[in-house]
Design a binder for this molecule. Structure first.
Ligand code: ZN
Ligand code: FE
Length: 257
């Protein structure tokens, strides 16, 4: 399975999963149909599945048009998103298994950004490979999604679930927010040398107009303040010794950063 990253809208990423042997494809969070149709045409592949992580327009905006082009297409989303995702046919819950070509993904229920948000996790097939996590707007490279419909404690739970996956899991998040996220991270975790190094690397990548997605879970755990609420440095930065309160205060600071 190949993962192809497509740019959409102002800063969204759409991910196309392609199986070259069967010549079929699936798409994660098609913000718009155009870039997806263009790539499918290049590959001469048939689109069989849409995997939606949540109902926001910049994640489902292309559903209807893609369904028109591919009438047999199946549209997956979270059970709690029933009625909010255009064309949704499959209603997924924590632990459900979904397949694409010869690969199977496990569904993680990760509310917080929205109350219905899910992620799709493809475990590696062998030890040399990476796992693939499609996590929408929950975990970002260097940051996390805003809490539109959830509480800090829900988000901490959701991020903990992601944190429990293997370190060599690639994080396919839906926006290019990394540089801004790390600019904030530096203000609360400035002594973290892994973070300083990552910030320099990301700044250089963005100067060359390169994408910073996917990132890797191990790096997120070492540098992303929203995965580090249990760390002394972050707790002192927000004057708390409670993990959920630490997360909530960091999220509040980032909202107005
Ligand atoms: Zn969203
Ligand atoms: Fe989004």
């Amino acid at each position: 399975m190949q993962v192809i990253r497509l740019e959409a809208l102002s800063d969204n990423y759409i991910f196309l999963l392609h199986d070259p042997r069967l010549n079929i494809a699936a798409v994660v969070d098609p913000a718009e149909a155009k870039p997806v149709l263009k790539k499918l045409n290049e590959l001469q592949a048939e689109l069989v599945t849409i995997f939606n992580t949540h109902h926001h327009h910049d994640h489902v905006g292309g559903n209807k048009q893609l369904m028109k082009q591919f009438p047999n297409l199946k549209v997956y989303g979270g059970a709690e998103d029933n009625g909010r995702i255009p064309g949704q046919q499959m209603f997924l819950q924590e632990g459900d298994k979904v397949s694409f070509a010869d690969r199977t993904a496990e569904v993680l229920f990760i509310p917080g950004h929205t109350r219905a948000h899910i992620a799709y996790y493809f475990a590696p097939e062998n030890l040399e490979e990476t796992g693939e996590l499609f996590c929408g707007d929950t975990l970002f490279a260097g940051g996390c999604g805003r809490l539109f419909e959830g509480t800090p404690s829900q988000m901490v739970n959701s991020l903990s679930k992601i944190s429990a996956l293997p370190d060599n899991t690639r994080i396919w998040c839906a926006h290019e927010y990394t540089l801004k996220n790390l600019q904030f991270a530096i203000t609360v975790d400035g002594d973290n040398t892994d973070l300083q190094k990552r910030y320099d690397e990301v700044k250089a990548s963005r100067n060359r107009q390169e994408a910073t997605v996917p990132s890797m879970l191990g790096i997120e755990k070492r540098t992303n303040p929203f995965m580090r609420w249990q760390e002394q440095a972050l707790q002192s930065a927000v004057k708390s010794n409670d993990p959920v309160q630490t997360f909530a205060r960091l999220r509040g600071m980032k909202d107005s950063f």
